[in-house]
Design a protein around this ligand. Structure first.
Ligand SMILES: [Zn+2]
Length: 249
């Protein structure tokens, strides 16, 4: 049996090597060719990821930023994010280059770290920040949902063994706030105000199923305005924590 496993593994490796020969895979950060056993990011870049360690840091900068806008419980981001330079490529490739496996892997990494940190023990469900339908239609997917699925896979399963559910029908984005990048912090906050609507019926159903603590997930935490605008109406029903891949300093 062991021998058979070796053969299967060897064959798989050969196919992968052959695939790499025709469709070379590159590191999402530094663009060098990946070795056969490397996934998404090369070993050197993986060793240098500017992790935030927020998952084991009470009153971390993400929480302090969020608390000025909404009374959430806890917040964690995976790494410090800059729009330019190597590690910025990760989110860019995921979001605009449709590299879904990369987004999933980053989410999973974050989920696993949140378990290690021990500060997010009683999360009952994950809610991705929704996109306005027109924007989602245009992009083809909601990046926050992909990250959410990754995080769910990284977090510990519920006591009954099920993976933590990702809930998509609880919040709707009713206002299209597509061009946020050029606005100032104050303008952004004003722009996203009332952008989200909670489906009361779904909220009550979830409460009746014992869902109390929701992890709100997005790709990046910048000013925190969008997350706060989504968290605020949800906080009428649930305790809210926040998780993102990137944290903009
Ligand atoms: Zn690299």
């Amino acid at each position: 049996m062991g021998c058979w496993n070796e053969i299967v593994r060897g064959t798989r490796y050969s196919f992968k090597a052959l695939g790499d020969l025709f469709f070379p895979r590159r590191c999402a950060v530094c663009e060098t060719l990946l070795a056969c056993e490397e996934v998404n990011i090369c070993e050197d870049c993986r060793g240098d990821i500017p992790y935030t360690w927020f998952w084991s840091w009470p009153e971390n900068p993400a929480e302090e930023r969020m608390w000025t806008k909404a009374g959430i419980e806890s917040a964690a981001s995976l790494f410090f994010y800059r729009y330019t330079g190597g590690y910025g490529h990760i989110l860019h490739k995921f979001k605009y280059g449709c590299n879904i496996p990369l987004g999933m892997a980053m989410g999973r990494d974050l989920g696993e770290k949140m378990v290690q940190g021990g500060r997010f023990k009683d999360i009952d469900a994950i809610v991705p920040i929704p996109l306005h339908w027109r924007r989602q239609w245009h992009r083809g997917f909601n990046q926050a949902e992909i990250v959410s699925r990754g995080v769910a896979g990284g977090l510990e399963p519920l006591p009954d063994g099920r993976i933590i559910p990702v809930i998509r029908n609880l919040v709707k984005r009713v206002k299209n706030t597509s061009t946020q990048t050029r606005l100032t912090g104050k303008e952004k906050a004003e722009n996203v105000k009332n952008a989200f609507r909670v489906e009361k019926k779904v909220a009550l159903q979830l409460l009746s199923k014992g869902i109390n603590h929701i992890l709100l997930v997005d790709d990046v935490l910048t000013s925190g305005s969008t997350l706060a605008a989504c968290a605020t109406p949800l906080m009428q029903y649930f305790r809210i924590s926040v998780a993102t891949i990137g944290f903009v300093e």
